[in-house]
Each structure stands twice: as structure tokens, then as C-alpha cells.
Design a protein around this ligand. Structure first.
Ligand code: SAH
Ligand code: SF4
Length: 360
């Protein structure tokens, strides 16, 4: 089902103004000081932006009229435009947003028993070109700003109410650790009690394995969860799937994961997409077991979600279960993740990539 509508009309007239969406609390406090106000006023604006979702300065009633006018003159709320919404038979909803520069951004809402997960993007497209990923085929169009990352979640709350999601995963388009400054600012707003107030442990950052970024998260003492897209247990196979593996090889990646788990005292989630006939043999089970020995982790096995034009083969649910069963006695916490929203192309980047192909 396709429901084209706009929740947020873009304000084309105000392009020259500065976008205030995505400002962190310290930034807003700074701004208030420059307007001759007390710093705590920044906290009030923060509350309006992220809790109340008030996108009209003139209605920010605890600011003086003069401050409201100054803000209105220089700042704008650059919000995402919703271009398309698809609803899957299993209840998964996929959204295609558009940035003010026209670049596409995908967000997915995945309901499940006791939780609903919002899967958000951190870039439009991705530079890393993983062979199985629709986003990878688009190349990098742009980094998302903190406001555009948070804006996806605000858009969902605007449309469905404040408790629409319980968990957030950065598993949409793009590589979080290659847009790290913006991702960290967004994370701050998402997990802040006076921001979007999502518990830090309910937010997951997923990476294809960018060592310097993982080390930085470790040094910062990341409170949120980290997932690594591993997908292959040997250097040779991983390189075939993910060109980024040439820059950060498996040995150094595992070393980095050890560092991360030691520093943060937390487990890392290993994502392993199963491709039939490629990484699903007993040899692969053994290689994976050897590789992950001694790394505090849990492992998610999931079936490849077919992307038009690609030759990989999706295994059946039974084959995925069988692979997980072989792994289970050898490694801790092996879970099978069911694909969701396959009928609406909910896999990373599929919708936007299709749209781009049509345009081309
Ligand atoms: N760039 C980050 C996060 C975005 S991708 C990363 O790679 O981890 C989010 C997840 O979607 C990754 O685990 C990625 O491997 C997976 N993914 C991409 N294309 C897929 C497909 N066709 N089928 C199943 N999973 C896919
Ligand atoms: Fe980029 Fe992640 Fe897709 Fe690889 S899987 S191309 S890193 S978005």
C-alpha cells in the first residue's frame, strides 16, 4: 500500500537561515548566551524542539518576545519531507524521507512482541559498496546532519505519538562510524533524558568494521550497544562481500573488538548474513567459532534479503535455523533474526536505490 503525503512541508523561503534542528543542549545554551539570555534558557528551547516538537518560535511561550523574534529571523526548522510510506503485511512500515537537498533517506519501523524498533539512517547512500547491499550500490550522496538523524525519529513521533518506538538501531542507510561527529551529537539528543529520552542500552550503532571509529567509541565509553556486520569468518570471503575489509582486515578488527569489549565492559553483537552456498558450510561454522573465541559477544544470524539484480541466494528459514544450531554449542548466545518487511523492500537502502535506478 502506498500513501504519499507530506507531514512536514519544507520551508524553501528560509534556506538562508540556520537550521536549529539537531542543536545539542550545550549548543542551545551557547546560543542563548549570545542573545544575552541566561544559559538555562537553552534547556527550554531544547525541550520545545525535542520533547514538545514545537516548530514555531513564536509559540515558545517561556521565551521573551524579543528572543522569539531574533530566533525566527535567523533560524529555521529544517524538517524531513515524507515522500512515501509502505506498510508490510507483517506490520513493518517503511518510510522514504527526502532532505531539503532532495537526497533520499530511509527509516523503518519494526514492531515486535514487547518492543518496536526504529531503524534509522545516518547517511544518504553509502560509500562502502558492500556487494549485497542496495545502499552500497548508490554510492555516498551525503552525510546526514544531527538534525536529520534525529529528525527521522521526531517524524515518527509526530505521526504516531511519543511511544511509537522503544528501541533505535542505526541500521538504515550509511556507515555511522564514517559520520561519527554527527552520529554522536544525534546519540546525545536521542538518549538524553530531556531530549528523546531513549535508554542508552536501547540504541544500537551498527558498523561494517571501521577500526578507528570503534576505538573512539571505546575511549568515549559508549553506553549504547555496538553491532558489527561480520558476515564472513575469513579474510578472503569477507573481502569478496565487503570492500572495506581490505582497509581493516579481520585480525586487526578482532583486536579492536577485544579492546572495545574490555574498555566498555560490554558485549558486542555480531551480525552474520547467511548467503546460501557462500558462507553457510561446516567450514564456515568452524572458522566463525575460531574467530570469535574469547570475544564477549552475541551472534545474530539472518537470511540475506534479496536485492534485485544481485546473484546471492537467500537460504530458507530451515537452512538458517540449521546453521544456527550448528553454531550454538560452540559459541554463546546465537540468535536467528527473522527478516521483516521483505514485501516492502525493508532491507537497507532498497527503496531509495530503486527510486534512484528509476530516475537514472
Ligand atoms: N553500515 C552499517 C549500518 C547500516 S547497514 C553496517 O554495515 O553495519 C545495516 C545492516 O543491514 C548491516 O548488518 C548490513 O550488512 C545489513 N544488510 C545490508 N543489505 C542487506 C541485505 N540485502 N540483506 C540482509 N541484510 C543486509
Ligand atoms: Fe554501507 Fe552498511 Fe550497506 Fe555496507 S552494508 S554498503 S557499510 S550501508
Amino acid at each position: 500500500m502506498t500513501l504519499p503525503f507530506n507531514v512536514f512541508p519544507l520551508n524553501y523561503m528560509s534556506m538562508k537561515k540556520i537550521n536549529i534542528m539537531g542543536y545539542t543542549q550545550p549548543q542551545l545554551e551557547e546560543l542563548m548566551l549570545t542573545l544575552g539570555q541566561k544559559a538555562y534558557k537553552g534547556g527550554q528551547v531544547y525541550n520545545w524542539l525535542y520533547k514538545v516538537r514545537q516548530y514555531d518560535f513564536n509559540k515558545m511561550t517561556d521565551l521573551t518576545k524579543e528572543v522569539r523574534q531574533r530566533l525566527d529571523k535567523d533560524y529555521v526548522f529544517d524538517l524531513l519531507e515524507l515522500e512515501k510510506e509502505l506498510v508490510s503485511q507483517d506490520g513493518t512500515r517503511k518510510f522514504l524521507f527526502r532532505l531539503s537537498d532532495g537526497n533520499p533517506v530511509e527509516t523503518v519501523l519494526i514492531p515486535g512482541g514487547d518492543r518496536t524498533t526504529a531503524c534509522i539512517s545516518v547517511q544518504s547512500g553509502c560509500a562502502l559498496g558492500c556487494r549485497f547491499c542496495a545502499t552500497g550500490s548508490m554510492g555516498l550522496l551525503c552525510d546526514l546532519t544531527p538534525g536529520e538523524i534525529v529528525g527521522q525519529l521526531l517524524g515518527l513521533r509526530e505521526r504516531f505519538g511519543s511511544d511509537v518506538f522503544t528501541n533505535v538501531v542505526m541500521m538504515g542507510m550509511g556507515e555511522p562510524l564514517l559520520n561519527l561527529d554527527n552520529v554522536l551529537k544525534a546519540l546525545d539528543i536521542i538518549t538524553d533524558e530531556t531530549g528523546l529520552c531513549v535508554g542508552a542500552r536501547k540504541v544500537t550503532i551498527s558498523t561494517s568494521g571501521i577500526n578507528p571509529g570503534i576505538r573512539k567509541l571505546a575511549d568515549l565509553g559508549l553506553k549504547s550497544r555496538l553491532a558489527l556486520s561480520l558476515h564472513a569468518a575469513t579474510q578472503e570471503k569477507r573481502e569478496q562481500l565487503m570492500p572495506v575489509a581490505r582497509s581493516y582486515d579481520l585480525d586487526s578488527l578482532m583486536e579492536t573488538l577485544r579492546y572495545y569489549t574490555r574498555k566498555t565492559k560490554s558485549r558486542v553483537t555480531i551480525e552474520y548474513i547467511l548467503f546460501k552456498g557462500f558462507n553457510d558450510s561446516m567450514e564456515d561454522v568452524k572458522a566463525l567459532t575460531r574467530l570469535l573465541q574469547g570475544i564477549p559477544c552475541k551472534i545474530n544470524i539472518l537470511a540475506y534479503n534479496p536485492v534485485e539484480g544481485l546473484d546471492f541466494i537467500r537460504p530458507t528459514d530451515e537452512e538458517v535455523d540449521a546453521f544456527a544450531r550448528k553454531l550454538y554449542p560452540r559459541l554463546p548466545a546465537v540468535m536467528v533474526r527473522k527478516s521483516r518487511g521483505t514485501d516492502v523492500n525493508a532491507a537497507c537502502g532498497q527503496l531509495a536505490a530503486q527510486r534512484q535506478m528509476r530516475r537514472n
